[in-house]
Design a protein around this ligand. Structure first.
Ligand SMILES: [Ca+2]
Ligand SMILES: [Ca+2]
Length: 273
Protein backbone atom coordinates (compact mmCIF):
# COMPACT_ATOMS: atom_id res chain seq x y z
CA UNK A 1 0.00 0.00 0.00
CA UNK A 2 2.76 2.40 1.09
CA UNK A 3 4.91 1.40 -1.88
CA UNK A 4 2.09 2.11 -4.34
CA UNK A 5 1.56 5.52 -2.75
CA UNK A 6 5.27 6.44 -3.00
CA UNK A 7 5.39 5.17 -6.59
CA UNK A 8 2.31 7.25 -7.40
CA UNK A 9 3.90 10.40 -5.97
CA UNK A 10 7.15 9.71 -7.85
CA UNK A 11 5.23 9.28 -11.11
CA UNK A 12 3.49 12.62 -10.59
CA UNK A 13 6.78 14.39 -9.74
CA UNK A 14 8.41 12.78 -12.80
CA UNK A 15 5.53 13.87 -15.07
CA UNK A 16 5.70 17.46 -13.75
CA UNK A 17 9.49 17.65 -14.27
CA UNK A 18 9.25 16.21 -17.80
CA UNK A 19 6.48 18.66 -18.69
CA UNK A 20 8.51 21.58 -17.39
CA UNK A 21 11.62 20.52 -19.31
CA UNK A 22 9.96 19.79 -22.64
CA UNK A 23 9.30 22.98 -24.64
CA UNK A 24 6.92 21.16 -26.98
CA UNK A 25 4.66 20.19 -24.10
CA UNK A 26 4.83 23.64 -22.50
CA UNK A 27 3.99 25.23 -25.82
CA UNK A 28 0.99 22.93 -26.19
CA UNK A 29 -0.50 24.70 -23.18
CA UNK A 30 -0.75 27.84 -25.28
CA UNK A 31 -4.24 27.67 -26.70
CA UNK A 32 -4.94 30.36 -29.25
CA UNK A 33 -8.42 30.48 -30.80
CA UNK A 34 -8.38 29.53 -34.51
CA UNK A 35 -9.92 32.83 -35.51
CA UNK A 36 -7.56 34.92 -33.38
CA UNK A 37 -6.30 38.13 -34.99
CA UNK A 38 -2.63 38.00 -35.96
CA UNK A 39 -0.34 41.00 -36.16
CA UNK A 40 3.45 41.08 -36.32
CA UNK A 41 4.02 37.70 -34.71
CA UNK A 42 1.45 38.20 -31.98
CA UNK A 43 -2.09 36.91 -31.69
CA UNK A 44 -5.06 38.71 -30.15
CA UNK A 45 -8.54 37.69 -29.14
CA UNK A 46 -11.44 39.63 -27.70
CA UNK A 47 -13.53 38.00 -24.97
CA UNK A 48 -16.91 39.40 -24.03
CA UNK A 49 -17.92 39.68 -20.37
CA UNK A 50 -17.87 41.98 -17.36
CA UNK A 51 -15.12 40.11 -15.52
CA UNK A 52 -12.81 41.86 -13.09
CA UNK A 53 -9.40 42.80 -14.48
CA UNK A 54 -7.72 40.17 -12.31
CA UNK A 55 -10.08 37.44 -13.55
CA UNK A 56 -9.54 38.57 -17.14
CA UNK A 57 -5.75 38.41 -16.73
CA UNK A 58 -5.90 34.94 -15.19
CA UNK A 59 -8.25 33.78 -17.97
CA UNK A 60 -5.66 34.94 -20.55
CA UNK A 61 -2.85 33.31 -18.55
CA UNK A 62 -4.69 29.99 -18.46
CA UNK A 63 -4.64 30.06 -22.26
CA UNK A 64 -0.90 30.77 -22.26
CA UNK A 65 -1.30 34.48 -22.99
CA UNK A 66 -1.71 37.73 -21.09
CA UNK A 67 -3.90 40.84 -21.29
CA UNK A 68 -2.88 42.87 -24.33
CA UNK A 69 0.13 45.18 -24.12
CA UNK A 70 0.73 47.95 -26.65
CA UNK A 71 4.39 48.44 -27.50
CA UNK A 72 3.54 51.24 -29.90
CA UNK A 73 0.73 53.05 -31.71
CA UNK A 74 0.88 50.60 -34.66
CA UNK A 75 0.12 47.61 -32.47
CA UNK A 76 -2.73 49.48 -30.82
CA UNK A 77 -4.11 50.60 -34.19
CA UNK A 78 -4.07 47.02 -35.53
CA UNK A 79 -5.85 45.64 -32.46
CA UNK A 80 -8.37 48.50 -32.42
CA UNK A 81 -9.22 47.84 -36.08
CA UNK A 82 -9.78 44.17 -35.22
CA UNK A 83 -12.10 45.15 -32.34
CA UNK A 84 -14.11 47.66 -34.35
CA UNK A 85 -14.33 45.55 -37.54
CA UNK A 86 -16.03 42.83 -35.45
CA UNK A 87 -18.21 45.42 -33.66
CA UNK A 88 -17.10 44.16 -30.24
CA UNK A 89 -18.27 46.03 -27.17
CA UNK A 90 -15.84 48.36 -25.48
CA UNK A 91 -14.26 49.45 -23.17
CA UNK A 92 -12.14 46.32 -22.84
CA UNK A 93 -9.46 45.60 -20.25
CA UNK A 94 -5.85 45.93 -21.34
CA UNK A 95 -2.76 44.70 -19.47
CA UNK A 96 -2.02 47.95 -17.66
CA UNK A 97 -2.32 48.26 -13.90
CA UNK A 98 -1.53 50.78 -11.20
CA UNK A 99 1.19 49.47 -8.94
CA UNK A 100 1.45 52.72 -6.92
CA UNK A 101 1.86 52.65 -3.17
CA UNK A 102 -0.69 54.09 -0.79
CA UNK A 103 0.21 57.59 0.32
CA UNK A 104 -1.09 58.11 3.86
CA UNK A 105 -0.52 61.89 3.72
CA UNK A 106 -2.72 62.39 0.68
CA UNK A 107 -4.87 59.35 1.47
CA UNK A 108 -4.70 57.95 -2.02
CA UNK A 109 -2.74 55.65 -4.29
CA UNK A 110 0.10 57.19 -6.21
CA UNK A 111 0.17 56.63 -9.94
CA UNK A 112 2.65 54.04 -11.05
CA UNK A 113 1.39 52.33 -14.16
CA UNK A 114 2.89 49.11 -15.46
CA UNK A 115 2.30 46.55 -18.18
CA UNK A 116 1.78 42.96 -17.17
CA UNK A 117 4.89 40.82 -17.70
CA UNK A 118 8.24 42.41 -18.27
CA UNK A 119 7.35 44.94 -20.95
CA UNK A 120 8.38 48.53 -20.17
CA UNK A 121 5.97 51.34 -20.98
CA UNK A 122 7.12 53.00 -24.21
CA UNK A 123 3.76 54.17 -25.47
CA UNK A 124 0.72 55.60 -23.67
CA UNK A 125 -2.62 56.73 -25.00
CA UNK A 126 -4.70 58.01 -22.11
CA UNK A 127 -7.89 59.91 -22.80
CA UNK A 128 -8.19 63.54 -21.71
CA UNK A 129 -7.53 63.89 -17.94
CA UNK A 130 -6.96 60.14 -17.57
CA UNK A 131 -5.76 58.31 -15.55
CA UNK A 132 -7.67 60.18 -12.87
CA UNK A 133 -9.12 57.68 -10.40
CA UNK A 134 -6.13 57.66 -8.07
CA UNK A 135 -6.37 61.44 -7.70
CA UNK A 136 -9.52 61.11 -5.64
CA UNK A 137 -8.97 60.85 -1.88
CA UNK A 138 -10.19 57.65 -0.28
CA UNK A 139 -8.94 55.33 -3.01
CA UNK A 140 -7.31 53.18 -0.40
CA UNK A 141 -9.15 49.93 -0.90
CA UNK A 142 -9.64 49.70 -4.63
CA UNK A 143 -7.59 48.40 -7.51
CA UNK A 144 -7.11 50.52 -10.59
CA UNK A 145 -6.73 49.10 -14.07
CA UNK A 146 -6.84 50.43 -17.61
CA UNK A 147 -9.29 49.71 -20.40
CA UNK A 148 -9.34 50.75 -24.05
CA UNK A 149 -12.40 52.18 -25.75
CA UNK A 150 -13.92 55.18 -27.45
CA UNK A 151 -12.93 58.50 -25.90
CA UNK A 152 -16.49 58.94 -24.69
CA UNK A 153 -16.48 55.56 -22.94
CA UNK A 154 -13.26 55.72 -20.98
CA UNK A 155 -13.52 59.13 -19.32
CA UNK A 156 -14.96 59.56 -15.87
CA UNK A 157 -17.96 61.75 -15.13
CA UNK A 158 -18.80 64.58 -17.50
CA UNK A 159 -15.30 64.94 -18.78
CA UNK A 160 -15.95 63.13 -22.07
CA UNK A 161 -13.15 62.97 -24.58
CA UNK A 162 -15.10 63.25 -27.80
CA UNK A 163 -12.27 63.54 -30.28
CA UNK A 164 -9.91 60.91 -29.00
CA UNK A 165 -10.52 57.31 -30.08
CA UNK A 166 -9.23 54.81 -29.16
CA UNK A 167 -8.10 55.97 -25.75
CA UNK A 168 -7.39 54.53 -22.34
CA UNK A 169 -9.10 55.24 -19.06
CA UNK A 170 -8.48 53.90 -15.59
CA UNK A 171 -11.26 52.13 -13.75
CA UNK A 172 -11.94 51.02 -10.22
CA UNK A 173 -12.21 47.27 -10.74
CA UNK A 174 -15.05 46.59 -8.31
CA UNK A 175 -17.10 49.58 -9.46
CA UNK A 176 -16.69 48.46 -13.05
CA UNK A 177 -17.85 44.91 -12.29
CA UNK A 178 -20.82 46.13 -10.20
CA UNK A 179 -22.00 48.54 -12.89
CA UNK A 180 -20.97 46.41 -15.89
CA UNK A 181 -18.83 49.20 -17.31
CA UNK A 182 -15.91 47.32 -18.87
CA UNK A 183 -17.56 45.01 -21.40
CA UNK A 184 -14.76 42.62 -22.32
CA UNK A 185 -11.02 41.99 -22.41
CA UNK A 186 -8.33 41.33 -24.97
CA UNK A 187 -5.83 38.49 -24.61
CA UNK A 188 -2.51 38.51 -26.44
CA UNK A 189 -0.10 35.66 -27.19
CA UNK A 190 3.56 36.27 -27.97
CA UNK A 191 4.85 33.38 -30.01
CA UNK A 192 8.32 33.72 -31.46
CA UNK A 193 11.04 36.32 -31.53
CA UNK A 194 13.30 36.51 -34.56
CA UNK A 195 16.62 38.21 -34.06
CA UNK A 196 19.05 38.81 -36.88
CA UNK A 197 22.70 39.16 -35.87
CA UNK A 198 24.19 40.67 -39.01
CA UNK A 199 21.45 42.79 -40.62
CA UNK A 200 23.12 45.20 -43.06
CA UNK A 201 21.80 48.77 -43.20
CA UNK A 202 23.63 49.72 -46.35
CA UNK A 203 25.11 47.59 -49.10
CA UNK A 204 27.07 48.38 -52.22
CA UNK A 205 25.92 47.12 -55.62
CA UNK A 206 26.99 43.47 -56.02
CA UNK A 207 27.52 42.87 -52.26
CA UNK A 208 26.31 39.60 -50.76
CA UNK A 209 25.42 39.03 -47.09
CA UNK A 210 24.12 35.78 -45.66
CA UNK A 211 21.83 36.55 -42.73
CA UNK A 212 22.35 34.69 -39.47
CA UNK A 213 19.38 34.60 -37.17
CA UNK A 214 17.89 32.95 -34.12
CA UNK A 215 14.26 32.18 -33.40
CA UNK A 216 13.21 32.16 -29.76
CA UNK A 217 10.02 30.65 -28.45
CA UNK A 218 8.58 33.33 -26.21
CA UNK A 219 6.49 30.86 -24.25
CA UNK A 220 9.52 28.89 -23.07
CA UNK A 221 12.36 31.34 -23.70
CA UNK A 222 14.25 28.62 -25.58
CA UNK A 223 15.97 28.98 -28.94
CA UNK A 224 14.56 26.78 -31.70
CA UNK A 225 17.71 25.24 -33.17
CA UNK A 226 16.09 23.53 -36.16
CA UNK A 227 13.64 26.27 -37.11
CA UNK A 228 14.20 27.80 -40.53
CA UNK A 229 12.78 31.10 -41.65
CA UNK A 230 11.68 32.12 -45.11
CA UNK A 231 12.83 35.36 -46.73
CA UNK A 232 11.22 37.92 -48.97
CA UNK A 233 12.38 41.15 -50.55
CA UNK A 234 9.87 43.98 -51.06
CA UNK A 235 11.83 45.13 -54.11
CA UNK A 236 13.85 42.45 -55.88
CA UNK A 237 15.13 45.04 -58.36
CA UNK A 238 17.07 46.64 -55.47
CA UNK A 239 18.03 43.52 -53.50
CA UNK A 240 17.30 39.84 -53.93
CA UNK A 241 17.22 37.30 -51.17
CA UNK A 242 17.84 33.56 -51.63
CA UNK A 243 16.18 30.69 -49.76
CA UNK A 244 19.18 30.40 -47.44
CA UNK A 245 18.95 34.09 -46.46
CA UNK A 246 21.71 35.42 -48.71
CA UNK A 247 20.98 38.99 -49.78
CA UNK A 248 22.41 40.25 -53.05
CA UNK A 249 22.42 44.01 -53.66
CA UNK A 250 21.29 44.62 -57.26
CA UNK A 251 20.98 48.36 -57.81
CA UNK A 252 20.69 51.68 -55.96
CA UNK A 253 17.58 52.16 -53.86
CA UNK A 254 15.89 50.98 -50.68
CA UNK A 255 13.96 47.84 -49.86
CA UNK A 256 12.90 45.70 -46.95
CA UNK A 257 13.91 42.10 -46.41
CA UNK A 258 11.33 40.15 -44.43
CA UNK A 259 12.44 37.23 -42.28
CA UNK A 260 9.34 35.16 -41.59
CA UNK A 261 8.63 32.32 -39.21
CA UNK A 262 5.07 31.11 -38.53
CA UNK A 263 3.40 34.47 -38.67
CA UNK A 264 6.30 36.30 -37.00
CA UNK A 265 8.02 38.83 -39.19
CA UNK A 266 11.33 40.58 -38.73
CA UNK A 267 11.85 43.46 -41.14
CA UNK A 268 15.27 44.62 -42.24
CA UNK A 269 15.52 47.92 -44.11
CA UNK A 270 18.35 48.07 -46.61
CA UNK A 271 19.77 50.88 -48.68
CA UNK A 272 21.83 49.95 -51.69
CA UNK A 273 24.32 52.67 -52.55
CA1 LIG B 1 1.91 43.43 -27.18
CA1 LIG C 1 -10.76 57.13 -14.98
Amino acid sequence: MKKTFVLGILTIVFAVVITALNPALVQAKMSIPKDAFEYNGHYYYYYKGTKSWKDAQSACKKLGGHLVTFSNAKEEKAVWEYITSKKYDTPAWIGMYNDGLYDSTYKRYLDEWKWVGKEKIKYENWAKNEPNQSKYPGYDTVDLYAAIGKGTEVCSGNDKDTDHTPAWGDFDEKYSVDKGIVKGYICEWDIYTISVKNAPKTMAKGDKVKLTYTITDKATGSTLKKATATFKSTNTKVAKVAKDGTITAVKKGTCTIKVVYKGCVKKIKITVK
